[in-house]
Ligand binder design. Structure first.
Ligand code: ADP
Ligand code: MG
Length: 721
């Protein structure tokens, strides 16, 4: 290897697992850094605690006198644990987590300094968030945005080597109330879903109905690569993925990594992550190796969608910072290595409440079954009506490499029900399963539905949207994404469909149709109009791609340039407005920001590819060509007959490299005006040109003397840790 790579290898040889603080007993660890209900109960007078509890349960605003009491208790709790600063944490449209830090200290006129934290500072901070992309919202309205505590998500302490900070999860809105973040729409979408679910449950005869909430359990895949290698890869460092790299002799063909023993250094890293997450009250539950070498997964136990989303962001933050401590880089990019499986984030999602339980659970009685079938039908209708929207909320530059690449679900959004449930719905469509009133409730020829356990056939994972027994699993989400966007879309689409079903049920009931029959009619209508979105076969097959588009009329939106403009469609605008989740302006701003993020990501990659090709690969290849030419001449002088094939191949690849750089450079400078045209340019010109350049570079990697090759190889990055 080159001297740099050699030094990196030596550094890695010397690494030892980083000792973490001795594991404390679980009860001591669990949520010890969270100012949650338990901590509030201990710190607040009973009367105040009860109103807080009520506000959390029922939603609504925290009034100032309560806020003052909470703020004071929070400050005492946090400063007692060493916090000098507090931060309003918010979730801008960039998928990242942002923080604005402020000190608790407050100087007095007599020269003393006290710590202070008022209710006003808790419920209303004013971050200098003007550099966050907001798609023009704040320039059209007010210049400033403010953050306010989302009382349903508890405050917590972030421990870093430099100190302790009290973190307060907040919404981020403009003064005129426009959502500038990902949390505000998530809360609104949950409220919309609750409104419609309440309606439907009432029509089904329920009288005692607790607030309905969505739940989420997100499985996070990631890669660990030694930091010493990453430091030598400008592409990994800045773009999060390798733009070049010849395939290793051994890839993932042997399937020997998945569920194999976890390497010691990695295991120590994982334990460190989990301990921190436990302190933060994040219920990390499973860990294992993933399919690709160097790839791993962490999944929590599911929680209310809003809290789960905050916890997911925390998980990503903790993964990245802890990796550094252990000499790793945690790669969350959807496709860090070409030809090797990428990373996704399966979003497990269900809805339910304290009185009726999980509404996507088939249940034990005919009544439960009826309820389940209606909510499940609402999902089917929603996914069919708004499939392109569900595609657009997973559209990121990184995820474009994964979807449809025979390792992740296709870009075509369909629903997998499992064979038993699909059969039930098909029979409803055909009218073979008849409903009958039995003791006032509908039955479907069978008393209770069979238990829809996870279908073994489901392990092939080729469906983007799969029913897995008591929840749906949205598998097209990218590993680097916030889960908020997908959850907003799922909740909103579901709210709309539940509303549609409730409307039809209501009008039939009002005209005297019995509940069982009315429900059956609606189910049948849903299946007749939307059943074509249900697909149980192999989603990777080319046959499905053809069938889905040509016969079922589903859309195949391959890239961000195809998928993001869906956010501008009229039916999508109307959906979000109707459900009160996003105004037209808010939606438009999201399109602008996501489109801009896409363009920026591709342009950074193009510039990096040029830089690496010109300043690292070309010099190495030319140096080798020179050495080779010299050697060939010497061979000739000795009267040998040198083989010139290698030299000629090198020459050709170098020409390809130069031409590739030239074309990419020109294309970079030929970006058209207008958001959509610019996105198209990235997808149709820059991306293929980066790919062309890669062919030349990877070809050279296979020929050039390893002692001269500047970039750590796939083999090194994937197998050495
Ligand atoms: P698999 O890898 O088989 O998909 P995992 O156990 O890795 O399963 O992840 C499943 C995720 O789904 C976990 O986060 C789990 O808590 C979550 N989950 C289970 N039940 C529900 C539910 N009713 N609603 C939402 N998420 C759920
Ligand atoms: Mg899993």
């Amino acid at each position: 290897p080159s001297s740099h790579r050699y030094a990196a290898l030596q550094q890695i040889q010397r690494r030892r697992p980083v000792a973490t603080t001795a594991a404390a007993p679980f009860d001591e660890l669990w949520a010890s850094d969270v100012f949650g209900l338990q901590a509030m109960k201990e710190a607040l007078p009973g009367r105040i605690f009860k109103s807080i509890q009520r506000t959390i349960r029922e939603g609504g605003k925290l009034d100032l006198s309560l806020a003052n009491a909470v703020a004071d208790a929070m400050k005492t709790w946090a400063t007692g644990r060493g916090a000098l600063y507090y931060a309003h944490v918010f979730y801008p449209l960039t998928n990242s987590t942002a923080e604005k830090h402020d000190g608790f200290i407050s100087p007095k006129s007599d020269g003393r300094v006290i710590t202070e934290f008022t209710g006003k500072l808790l419920v209303q901070g004013e971050p200098d968030g003007s550099s966050f992309p907001n798609g023009g919202i704040r320039s059209t309205f007010e210049a400033r945005g403010y953050t306010a505590w989302d009382i349903t998500s508890p405050a917590y302490l972030m421990q870093t080597p430099n100190g302790v900070t009290l973190c307060i999860p907040t919404v981020f809105v403009s003064w005129t109330g426009e959502a500038l973040d990902k949390k505000t729409p998530l809360l609104r979408s949950n409220a919309a879903m609750n409104r419609q679910a309440q309606r439907l449950l009432r029509l089904l005869g329920e009288t005692d109905i607790a607030p309905v909430n969505s739940s989420c359990g997100a499985e996070q895949e990631y890669f660990l690569v030694d930091n010493a290698f990453v430091a030598l890869r400008p592409d990994l460092l800045l773009a999060g993925r390798t733009l070049f790299g010849a395939p290793p002799a051994k890839g993932q063909q042997f399937d020997d990594h998945y569920f194999g023993a976890i390497p010691e250094r990695v295991q120590v890293f994982m334990q460190d992550v989990e301990q921190q997450l436990y302190r933060l009250g994040v219920p990390a539950k499973t860990r294992h190796n993933e399919v690709a070498p160097g790839q791993f997964e962490i999944a929590p136990y599911f929680e209310a969608a809003n809290v789960a989303t905050d916890h997911q962001q925390l998980t990503m933050t903790v993964l990245k910072s802890t990796a550094k401590k252990h000499g790793f880089s945690c790669l969350l990019h959807e496709k860090p290595f070409a030809g090797i499986n990428g990373s996704g984030k399966h979003v497990n999602w269900s809805i339910g409440n304290a009185t009726q339980g999980n509404l996507l659970d088939p249940g034990q009685t005919p009544h439960d079954n009826l309820q389940f079938l209606l909510f499940c039908a609402a999902v089917i209708r929603g996914v069919h009506s708004y499939g392109p929207l569900l595609r657009s909320v997973v559209a990121t530059a990184g995820n474009d490499h994964r979807l449809g690449a025979n390792e992740a679900p296709p870009a075509i959004i369909s629903v997998y029900l499992g064979s038993q449930l699909e059969d039930v719905f098909n029979q409803i469509r055909e009218g073979n399963l008849q409903s009958s009133a039995k003791g006032g409730v509908m039955t479907l020829g069978v008393d209770t539905l069979p238990e829809f356990t996870k279908d073994p056939g489901d392990r092939n994972r080729t469906s983007p949207f799969a029913f897995t027994g008591n929840r749906f699993e949205f598998r097209a989400v990218g590993s680097n994404q916030s889960v908020a966007g997908p959850l907003v879309a799922m909740n909103t689409v579901l709210a709309d469909s539940i509303g549609w079903i409730a409307d039809r049920l209501q009008s039939q009931l009002e005209s005297g149709t019995a509940l069982g029959e009315a429900a059956f009619n609606v189910l049948q209508q849903v299946m007749r109009e939307h059943g074509s979105v249900v697909f149980g076969g192999d989603g990777y097959s080319s046959e499905w791609h053809r069938l889905a588009v040509e016969e079922r009329g589903l859309e195949n939106l391959r890239t961000c340039a195809d998928a993001l403009p869906v956010l501008q469609r009229q039916e999508v605008r109307e959906l979000f407005e109707r459900q009160g989740v996003l105004s037209a302006v808010e939606l438009e701003s999201r399109f602008e920001v996501y489109a801009e993020q896409y363009v920026l990501a591709i342009e950074v990659e193009a510039k990096l590819a040029l830089q690496i090709a010109r300043t690292q690969v070309y010099p190495a290849a030319v140096r080798y060509l020179g050495e080779l030419g010299q050697a060939l001449q010497e061979q000739q002088a000795m009267g040998l007959h040198p083989n010139l094939k290698l030299r000629n191949q090198l020459g050709e690849l170098l020409e390809q490299l130069n031409n590739g750089c030239e074309s990419l450079d020109q294309s970079l400078h030929a970006a058209p005006h207008g958001t959509e045209a610019h996105m198209r340019h990235c997808a149709d010109s820059l991306m293929p040109l980066i790919g062309d350049l890669r062919v030349a570079v990877d070809g050279l990697e296979g020929l050039v003397d390893d002692d001269l090759w500047p970039l750590p190889s796939y083999q090194e990055m994937l197998f050495i840790r």
